[in-house]
Design a protein around this ligand. Structure first.
Ligand code: UD1
Ligand code: MG
Length: 482
C-alpha cells in the first residue's frame, strides 16, 4: 500500500538487517515475524523499502534462518537472502549483503540500510533521506531523532563549531559527556556504495561489544574526505524498534492509531478510535461507520454506508453497501447490499449472504449461499447449504450436514417457509414455495409447493400431574385451575 516513488534516482539497493536474535521477545517465533496491524514487522520493513523502488533488495538473516528466509521469500520472491556468518555486528551484516549483491552485479550509487524490526518507518521518510543524500552528494546520510531518553542508542557526534556530523558513538563505548547527547542514530542510512564498500574494509571488532559496527563507517568516510550528514526526523515512532512485547504493543497501538486516523480523514466514521483495530490490509469506503470494539483484519472490505460493530471481529469479510453487521465474529464471508447480520452471529468461511438478506442472533453459518431477501433470523446452524431468494428459515432450524464421516448438502428453494426447529437431514432438497411444520425432520426431498410435517400424534393424559406429582407446586397450580 506504499505510494509509488516518483523520485527519479531510486536507490541501487536496500539492505534490510534481520539477523539479530531478538532474545528479549522470549518467543519461539522470530522477533521480526511478530505482527503489527496484521503484517509481520519485516513485512512492514519490506513494504517501506519497496516504496523506494530499489533496483535490488537484500535481507540479512541468521537467527532462525530458515523460518525467516521462508517468510521473506513468500513476501518478496525476488529478495536476495543473505546469510551473516559468526562475526557479529551491523557492519558485518551490511558487508555480507554488499558482497552478495556485488557477486551478482557490482552495486553503484545509493545503498539504503534499514532494520527488520522498525515497523512504523514509511517510504516517505526513506525518500526524504535518499533525496537529501543524493541532492547534497553525501557519502553517508544517517536518519536521526532527538529523544529525551537516549539510553542504549548510538549518539550522533557533531563538530562543536560548525555542527557537521563527525561520527556515531555506541552507548556502551560512550563517555559520560557523550551519553548526555540526545540526538540518536536510528540505524537507518543512505550510503554511497563505493564509500561503504571501502570503509567496511577498515571496520574492526575492537570495541566494548566485540562487534563490527556499521556506525564506524561514518567517521571513516568523513576522514576520507566524504560528506557525512544527518536527516533528523521529528517523528520518533518511525525510528523505534520493537525489542520486547511491551514495545511491540506500544508500537502496535501507535500503528493502529495512525491507520484509524487516516481512514477517518478519508471519510470513515469511527466512533471510538481507541477500541477500533484495523489491519493495514483492510479497505474501507467513504461513509462507512465503525462502532466501538471492532477489529477488522486481513482482506476485509467495507463498502459505502455500511455499519460495522459494535464488538465485532471480522477477518477477510466483504461487506457491501448499506449492510449492517452487529456483534459478529466472522471470517471468509461475503455480506450483500443492505443485508443484516447479528447480533451474536458466527460467520464461518464460505458464507455468502445475498442483498437484503438476514442472518440473525445466535446463528452459525458455514459454506452457505443465501439468496436475495432470504432470512435466517434466530438460533440455528446452516452449513453446506444453498438457499434461494425470499425464503424464511424459522427459528432454531438446523442443517444436519455431517453424518459422522462425510458432509452433505442441503438445497432449499425460493419462497420457502420453514417452521420452528426444522432439521434438514442432508443430502436433501426442498422445492420452491414449500412449507415445513414446526419440528419437522426433513429426511426426504420436498416437492415445490408441498407442506412437510413430521407427524407424531399428540396425547394428553388428563390429571397426570396430580397423580404423578402429588403435593408439588405444579399439582397445587393444576388443582386450582381444575
Ligand atoms: C544499532 C546501532 C546504534 C543505533 C541502534 C538503533 C550499531 C553498531 N549500532 O544498535 O547506533 O542507535 O542500532 O536501533 O549499528 N543485526 C544484524 N546482524 C548483527 C547485529 C544486528 O543483522 O550482527 C540487525 C538486527 O537484527 C537489528 C539491527 O541490525 O535489526 C540492529 O541491531 P541491534 O542489536 O538491535 O542494534 P544495536 O547494535 O543495539
Ligand atoms: Mg546490538
Amino acid at each position: 500500500m506504499s505510494p509509488q516513488n516518483t523520485n527519479s534516482s531510486n536507490p541501487a539497493a536496500v539492505i534490510v538487517l534481520a539477523a539479530g536474535a531478538g532474545t528479549r521477545m522470549k518467543s519461539r517465533l522470530p522477533k521480526i515475524l511478530h505482527p503489527i496491524g496484521g503484517i509481520s514487522m519485516v513485512g512492514h520493513a519490506l513494504a517501506a523499502a519497496h516504496g523506494l523502488n530499489p533496483e535490488r533488495l537484500a535481507v540479512v538473516v541468521r537467527f532462525e534462518r530458515d523460518q525467516v528466509a521462508a517468510h521473506i521469500a513468500q513476501l518478496d520472491p525476488k529478495a536476495l537472502i543473505v546469510d551473516q556468518d559468526e562475526i557479529p555486528g551491523t557492519g558485518r551484516a551490511v558487508q555480507a549483503a554488499l558482497e552478495a549483491l556485488d557477486a551478482e552485479n557490482e552495486i553503484e550509487g545509493t545503498v539504503v540500510v534499514t532494520y527488520g524490526d522498525v515497523p512504523l518507518l514509511t517510504t516517505e521518510l526513506l525518500e526524504e533521506l535518499t533525496a537529501t543524500h543524493q541532492k547534497d552528494n553525501n557519502a553517508v546520510t544517517v536518519l536521526t531523532a532527538v529523544l529525551d531518553d537516549a539510553t542504549g542508542y548510538g549518539r550522533i557526534l557533531r563538530d562543536a563549531t560548525d555542527g557537521t556530523v563527525l561520527g556515531i558513538r555506541e552507548h556502551k563505548d560512550a563517555s559520560d559527556a557523550e551519553r548526555g547527547i540526545k540526538e540518536i542514530n536510528s540505524g537507518i542510512y543512505a550510503f554511497d556504495a563505493a564509500v561503504l564498500r571501502e570503509a567496511l574494509k577498515s571496520v574492526t571488532t575492537d570495541n566494548n561489544q566485540g562487534e563490527m559496527y556499521l556506525t564506524d563507517v561514518l567517521g571513516l568516510a568523513r576522514n576520507d574526505g566524504g560528506r557525512v550528514a544527518a536527516v533528523a526526523t521529528a517523528d520518533r515512532w518511525q525510528v523505534e524498534g520493537a525489542n520486547d512485547r511491551v514495545q511491540l504493543a506500544t508500537l502496535g497501538a501507535e500503528h493502529n492509531r495512525r491507520i484509524v486516523e487516516s481512514w477517518m480523514r478519508r471519510g470513515v466514521t469511527v466512533i471510538d478510535p481507541a477500541t477500533t483495530w484495523i489491519d493495514s490490509t483492510v479497505e474501507l469506503d467513504e461513509d462507512v461507520t465503525i462502532l466501538p470494539g471492532t477489529q477488522l483484519h486481513g482482506k476485509t472490505t467495507v463498502a459505502r454506508d455500511a455499519v460495522v460493530g459494535p464488538d465485532s471481529t471480522l477477518t477477510d469479510v466483504q461487506i457491501a453497501e448499506r449492510a449492517e453487521v452487529t456483534r459478529t465474529h466472522g471470517s471468509g464471508a461475503v455480506i450483500g447490499e443492505g443485508a443484516h447480520v447479528g447480533p451474536f452471529t458466527y460467520l464461518r468461511p464460505g458464507t455468502v449472504l445475498g442483498a437484503d438478506g438476514k442472518i440473525g442472533a445466535f446463528y452459525e453459518t458455514k459454506n452457505v449461499t443465501i439468496g436475495r431477501g432470504s432470512k435466517l433470523s434466530h438460533l440455528g446452524y446452516a452449513g453446506d447449504a444453498e438457499i434461494g431468494e425470499d425464503t424464511n428459515i424459522g427459528c432454531g432450524n438446523i442443517t444436519a450436514n455431517y453424518d459422522g464421516v462425510n458432509k452433505h448438502r442441503t438445497v432449499i428453494g425460493s419462497g420457502v417457509r420453514t417452521g420452528s426447529n426444522t432439521v434438514f437431514v442432508a443430502p436433501v432438497t426442498v422445492g420452491d414455495g414449500a412449507f415445513t411444520g414446526a419440528g419437522a425432520i426433513v429426511r426426504k426431498d420436498v416437492p415445490a409447493g408441498a407442506l412437510t410435517l413430521s407427524v407424531a400424534p399428540q396425547r394428553n393424559d388428563e390429571g397426570w400431574t396430580e397423580t404423578h406429582r402429588p403435593g408439588s407446586i405444579s399439582a397445587a397450580a393444576a388443582g386450582k385451575s381444575n
